[in-house]
Design a protein around this ligand. Structure first.
Ligand SMILES: N[C@@H](CCC(=O)N[C@@H](CS)C(=O)NCC(=O)O)C(=O)O
Length: 342
């Protein structure tokens, strides 16, 4: 009997500490009053600090959306630049609360690394950037090439698989910091730079050292992998993970319902029941998520919907001019599909 009581008390203790653990990260973030968001070193359109040190980009906007949901203020974020090699350790150790650093959602990262991916903010794929004067039109012509690549990435593994599958060899030039990879590539230390196509588009649009220009370089047509890029949190605090997950969904749901940063105040008067729920005019969603009922209003007002962020940072209104493609809403032939806010 005594044994049984002790076991039951032990179990209750475990359950209790489990419950307390579940909110540990969120409690710490709330107590701190700001979100520590890991980003890359600097990639135009996705995550780049301007001359005033203000971080901007599509990835940055997801950090801002989470802060808007948590604090009603998209500015309450401290950005921590991390290399591909550092980013997962930084989230594991608690140095950052989440990572928005072009991290591909894979099984091993989602499980063995003790992390959780909360969605896909950008459907990407790996490609190759070459100088036009290399005279290569297809990745199949890269046999024997020297290839610049970052360590600790899916890129490294895909590269080896692709060359092996096509019976080609390559010489890797492995460099950790993205600005140093770009410098090495532009200095001719490698023939090819391989990473996610989005990052190559950013490099080509923003980093070519003069006198050479955008037109002196080419992104080869082959996309050799799936790179679904997602927000990353530590495994173990489900409520914080939910907030990160739904902050991105809210940006997508707002776009789907035509709610944007310019019309969101008008939309508060809408009698569409879905819009009323999304914007918290009909309360309940905020309470369920553990945030203010105006969480989506704050995201859309301060950050914009997904399409606005895409167009402004990497799409038609940016230097990158990336096509919506797979990142269009499902209603427009793309893959971006948010579960309903209800
Ligand atoms: N999506 C790939 C590659 C991601 C990656 O972080 N690549 C680096 C090196 S090319 C990068 O783009 N960094 C951008 C930055 O630091 O601004 C992965 O998750 O492994």
């Amino acid at each position: 009997m005594q044994k049984f009581i002790a076991a039951a008390a032990g179990l209750a203790g475990l359950l209790l500490s489990g419950a307390a653990m579940a909110g540990k990260d969120l409690d710490a973030i709330k107590a701190r009053g700001s979100l520590n968001c890991g980003v890359g070193i600097g990639t135009a359109g996705f995550m780049l600090a301007d001359s005033q040190g203000k971080w901007k980009g599509l990835s940055v906007d997801v950090c801002r959306a989470v802060a808007a949901a948590l604090f009603g203020d998209a500015e309450k974020v401290r950005y921590v630049p991390l290399t591909s090699q550092q980013r997962f350790t930084a989230v594991q150790s608690g140095e950052v609360d989440m990572v928005m650093g072009n991290a591909t959602y894979t099984l091993t990262r989602d499980t063995a690394l003790g992390l959780d991916f909360t969605g896909v903010f950008y459907y990407d794929g790996q490609s190759f950037l070459v100088p036009k004067k290399l005279g290569v039109k297809s990745a199949k012509e890269l046999n024997g090439a020297t290839v610049c690549v970052a360590p600790g990435t899916t890129t490294e593994l895909n590269l080896a698989d692709y060359f092996r599958a096509n019976k080609m060899t390559f010489k890797p030039v492995v460099i950790e910091k993205v600005d140093e990879i770009r410098a090495a590539f532009f200095a001719g230390r490698c023939d090819v730079y391989t990473t996610d196509a989005s990052s190559l588009a950013a490099t080509r649009a923003a980093n070519v050292p003069p006198p050479r220009t955008f037109d002196d370089f080419l992104i080869l047509p082959e996309i050799i992998s799936k790179e679904p890029l997602g927000p990353v949190v530590r495994h173990g605090d489900n409520q914080f993970a939910d907030i990160v997950r739904w902050a991105l969904f809210a940006m997508l749901e707002a776009e789907e319902y035509g709610i944007d940063s310019k019309n969101v105040d008008e939309m508060l008067k809408s009698d569409n029941p879905a819009i009323k729920r999304i914007l918290g005019v009909t309360p309940g969603m905020g309470k369920a998520l553990g945030v203010d009922e105006k969480w989506v209003y704050n995201i859309v007002k301060q950050v914009g919907n997904y399409g606005e962020s895409f167009d402004r940072n990497i799409g038609k209104d940016s230097a990158l001019k990336i096509d919506r493609g797979l990142n269009n809403l499902w209603t427009k032939g793309g893959l971006q599909y948010a579960p309903p806010i209800r």
